[in-house]
Design a protein around this ligand. Structure first.
Ligand SMILES: [Zn+2]
Length: 249
């Protein structure tokens, strides 16, 4: 059996098991999809939206690209957002970065990777905008983590600034945009506390999350890494618990 045939075999096994444990699962999904969540995350193979949230097919609408960037003129991302908000009526958008992101690391260190340099340029803009925060961090790994988080804050701000989200809010849609970061090392999500549910809330949420980040990294660069991440994990468990509780089975 060649490698690809093995994938088809795994697929058949998965379909059999899913139908056996949830009879009628596929025929129900065939009728409609009604996800409550839009996930905008990194293309990194280690950050799969459904698995991380413990959700099934049909539960989360997903857009992924290198370093979870949302550019105002990116018709691909905008189309996904517009469909998710206007047609599927999702209630939450999660912008999800991850620690140790290769795209973010390349941006931080001006590392050339190829065509993607032009895409990563957007993350370099984030680096330059917040260089005052990053320059204070002496631990190189911590500096990458900080830029991963700063990138999430900026991309949340971009999402909130799009015509798609602004229009949804102006017609009173119940839509909340969140910024999270995922730990490859422990599989946990951290809520960066930048959630905004209306146009007026965005600037305050952004500024307070930025200030919290600045204070945290100023303090945490003197704290052993494992201690820091254990503390962050507590917030992560709360965030993921809220999502699971809000998902009807
Ligand atoms: Zn990444």
């Amino acid at each position: 059996m060649n490698d690809l045939e093995e994938l088809f075999e795994k697929n058949r096994e998965w379909a059999r098991e899913t139908e056996a444990t949830k009879p009628g699962f596929f025929s129900r999904l065939l009728q409609q999809q009604a996800p409550q969540y839009l996930w905008i995350g990194c293309a990194d193979s280690r950050v799969p939206a459904n698995e991380i949230l413990g959700l099934l097919p049909g539960d989360v609408f997903v857009h992924r690209n290198v370093a979870n960037v949302v550019v105002h003129s990116d018709l691909n991302a905008l189309s996904v957002m517009q469909f998710a908000i206007d047609i599927l009526a999702v209630k939450h958008i999660f912008v999800v970065g991850h620690y140790g992101c290769g795209g973010v690391t390349a941006a931080l260190h001006d590392r050339r990777v190829g065509l993607a340099d032009n895409w990563i340029r957007h993350v370099k803009d984030v680096r330059n905008k917040h260089w005052d925060v990053l320059a204070e961090i002496t631990d190189p790994a911590l500096q990458v983590d900080a830029l991963c988080e700063l990138n999430v804050l900026e991309q949340v701000h971009h999402v909130c600034s799009t015509t798609v989200v602004q229009d949804a809010w102006s017609r009173g849609a119940a839509l909340i945009v969140h910024g999270w970061v995922y730990g490859l090392h422990d599989g946990l999500l951290v809520d960066l506390s930048i959630s905004a549910g209306n146009a007026e809330a965005v600037e305050t949420a952004y500024q307070s999350a930025l200030e919290a980040l600045r204070e945290r990294y100023a303090h945490e660069q003197r704290t052993p890494q494992e201690t820091r991440r254990r503390a962050a994990s507590n917030a992560a468990l709360k965030a993921i618990g809220a999502v699971r509780a809000a998902t009807p089975r």
